[in-house]
Design a protein around this ligand. Structure first.
Ligand code: SAM
Length: 275
């Protein structure tokens, strides 16, 4: 996924810096990624450390990071994807608010893909509510949908604004593909969906990796559609041309607050290594 501030290309470098500055063996250390985003850094470290924590205040990130550890069998997963990929489109919230030919006139998705997203999202919810699938499977399917959505969204890079005309990749049919999951059965991982400065008072460990926002770009607005599709809390009124959902700006994105909130984090952190 194309993500603002992604450390995809830097994970190896981060690993080298951290592993060379340790007194303990890395395999004896716990690792906490407090601003995990796509989970790239945690995913790189998870099988090299004793235990791992992921956290991010955005729900879509929680979904994606939870799915990485899902132990649903590959056979069951692929069979479910085949069923979901066959569904006929439905004219729901995503179609009406965010798609070509929808009532709101926002062009985030082609008409077919908007309907497909609604159909798949409703079906996942139905299966979960009827206990046909458990929480673990539910999160895996949501993450799979988010990744498929990202590939066909009619946007430049982030999900906060759409292009004026539907670009070629957005005309391709949305198709669910199995997402990458960990191949090791890691006994000790935790995924949180909390504010960093709240969570830091509840956890402790060895390595604390901090990758907060470093400018005014608020992830809750830039990736609002991923949250809306993941939550599917469709009784809110999307705001303005972009169709934003309500969100709170992170203090790390505010010039007047960023320094204070970072000091507060350091003050409360009970970790031996900061990176
Ligand atoms: C620079 S990105 C992290 C990128 C991540 N390392 C990756 O490679 O995908 C910063 C992340 O911090 C999250 N964030 C911002 N403010 C936060 C807060 N107060 N508590 C927890 N997460 C926060 C954002 O949602 C975003 O995912």
């Amino acid at each position: 996924m194309n993500y603002l501030g992604s450390k995809k290309r830097l994970s190896g470098f981060i690993y080298n810096v951290i592993s060379h500055s340790l007194k303990l063996k890395l395999t004896d250390c716990s690792f906490c990624d407090l601003f995990a985003g796509t989970g790239i850094v945690g995913n790189y470290f998870h099988d090299k450390v004793k235990s791992i924590i992921y956290n991010d205040r955005e729900y879509y990130s929680f979904v994606i990071n939870t799915a990485f550890f899902s132990n649903v069998s590959e056979e069951k997963y692929r069979a479910m994807l085949a069923e979901l990929n066959q569904l006929d489109g439905r004219e729901g919230f995503i179609f009406n608010q965010y798609s070509e030919c929808g009532t709101a006139g926002r062009l985030y998705f082609s008409s077919e893909n908007g309907q497909k997203i609604d159909a798949i999202r409703m079906d996942i919810e139905r299966r979960f509510k009827s206990s046909e699938i458990d929480q673990n499977f539910y999160m895996l399917l949501l993450a799979t949908l988010l990744k498929a959505v990202d590939k066909v969204a009619n946007k430049a890079s982030v999900h906060c604004a759409y292009l004026k005309t539907v670009k070629t990749t957005a005309t391709k049919n949305l198709h669910l593909l199995a997402v990458k999951r960990t191949e090791v059965s890691h006994p000790d991982y935790q995924i949180f969906n909390e504010d960093s400065n709240e969570l830091i008072t509840q956890v402790k460990g060895d390595i604390l990796y901090l990758d907060p926002p470093y400018n005014g770009r608020e992830y809750g607005s830039y990736y609002h559609l991923l949250n809306t599709i993941a939550l599917y809390d469709i009784d809110f009124e999307p705001k303005g041309k972009e169709g934003l959902r309500p969100y709170n700006t992170s203090k790390f994105c505010l010039r007047s607050e960023a320094e204070n909130v970072m000091f507060d984090l350091y003050k409360n952190a009970i970790f031996s290594i900061f990176s």
